[in-house]
Write a protein that binds this ligand. Structure first.
Ligand code: BEZ
Length: 397
């Protein structure tokens, strides 16, 4: 067993059997009739906390439904994908071929997701995407067995441009990590900002997960735009917010972004984050009975404050539990299961949402402002926003 493979099972005997070789997991499955669920998430690196919150969210939702899927016990498996795209296929194959999972839940990083997508399409394993927003997963490379419970990378930023221009911020610099998530977030920003009458004066970027922002912040200061818009997430986002303030830009050039910028990082960023404006499909302060109950239960169970990643994990657990309930645990009845997953309404802490034909959430996008370590809702920036699903060729899409 490699050090990256973290297998969670319900008994030491099962751990021993599963670690002994490739044949044994099949035997364990036959004996136990358990549903085998694999997490492929980052548990190290700049996205580590995102992985933890997603897993916690999934477990919480399933526990609330009695801890079973369609009446069947669960056997859990975990792989740390390290947000490393070059290992994406290999890690997904570990879960699918070696551990023989029935369901693969993953991942966070869009580049790694492309490896999962390949394995999912080749193997036909049920694949639930709890974060990674790579367009291709629910566009050109969509598949009947792949469902996303989060967003596409351009969904939040398609709602970002207009509120900026409405505030009189007509010249912006864009800055991001240069990989699919940042590039596709830019696509949404460019479309919405230019349509509203804004001009993008410069696009800046650095490789993921580099956090040496200083030279780029100096360039922003000299360009002196009306505003800066960006995509960053996880530990790197907290550092960007702190460095932006330390460079003296916070009170001179308003900072806007795809909402991941301020998710799960507000304690680490402190006062440097106050006033940042973002668009996102969730906000801590959504004052609904559903969100309030979720936040209280999550904080009590995990001694952590939930964020958008916890919500996406929770919704993944709800979707899986509801789908498995509909087929009474018969995960082999793929046609009925996929139909059930397509037709669910998810009563989420973010607000109710449904699946698009290409298997991506149709959801409201909120405009938020950071106040005292909280993402405060200012309003709805886009109602029931669906991704285009362009290029998805699937029956019904
Ligand atoms: C992505 O790589 O798709 C991603 C990572 C973190 C937050 C949002 C998107």
């Amino acid at each position: 067993m490699t050090t990256r493979r973290l297998v969670l099972t319900r008994s030491a005997a099962v751990v021993g059997a599963a670690s002994a070789g490739l044949l044994l997991p099949g035997i364990v499955r036959a004996q136990s009739n358990r549903v085998r669920v694999g997490f492929m998430l980052p548990y190290t690196g700049t996205y580590a906390q995102l992985g933890v919150n997603i897993e916690n969210g999934v477990r919480m939702a399933i526990n609330e439904k009695g801890g079973k899927l369609g009446g069947r016990e669960i056997e859990w498996f975990k792989v740390d994908d390290e947000s490393e795209p070059s290992k994406g296929v290999e890690n997904a194959q570990r879960l699918v071929q070696r551990d023989k999972v029935d369901v693969l839940i993953g991942t966070v990083h869009s580049g790694v997701q492309m490896g999962i997508q390949r394995v999912a399409r080749e193997s036909g394993v049920l694949s639930l995407i709890p974060n990674a927003g790579a367009h291709a997963a629910t566009r050109g490379l969509c598949a009947p067995n792949v469902f996303r419970t989060s967003f596409t990378n351009s969904q939040p930023t398609l709602a970002l441009g207009k509120p900026m221009v409405d505030k009189g911020l007509k010249k912006a610099v864009w800055i991001t990590w240069k990989y699919a998530a940042g590039d596709e977030a830019f696509e949404g920003f460019k479309q919405s900002y230019t349509k509203a009458g804004g001009t993008i004066v410069k696009e800046l970027g650095l490789p993921f997960p580099n956090v040496e922002f200083q030279a780029l912040l100096t360039e922003i200061a000299s360009l002196n735009p009306d505003a800066v818009a960006c995509f960053f997430a996880g530990g790197g986002a907290a550092k960007f917010i702190r460095d932006y303030a330390a460079a003296g830009l916070k009170d001179k050039i308003p900072l806007w972004g795809s909402g991941f910028l301020t998710e799960g990082v507000l304690d680490a960023a402190g006062a440097a984050a106050d006033g940042i404006m973002t668009t996102m499909h969730y906000a801590d302060s959504l004052d609904t009975p559903r969100n309030n109950q979720f936040r209280k239960a999550f904080a009590t169970t995990f001694k952590l404050q939930p964020d958008v990643y916890a919500v996406q994990g929770y919704d993944t657990g709800l979707l899986l539990a509801q789908g498995m309930e509909a087929v009474k645990g018969d995960i082999g009845n793929k046609q009925a299961l996929y139909k059930a997953l397509e037709n669910q309404t998810i009563d989420s802490p973010r607000g109710k949402w449904t699946m698009s034909k290409a298997h991506n959430p149709i959801q409201d996008i909120y405009l938020r402002r950071v106040e005292n370590k909280d993402n405060k809702v200012i309003g709805i920036a886009a109602k029931a926003l669906a991704d285009s699903g362009a290029g998805c060729k699937m029956a019904g899409a």
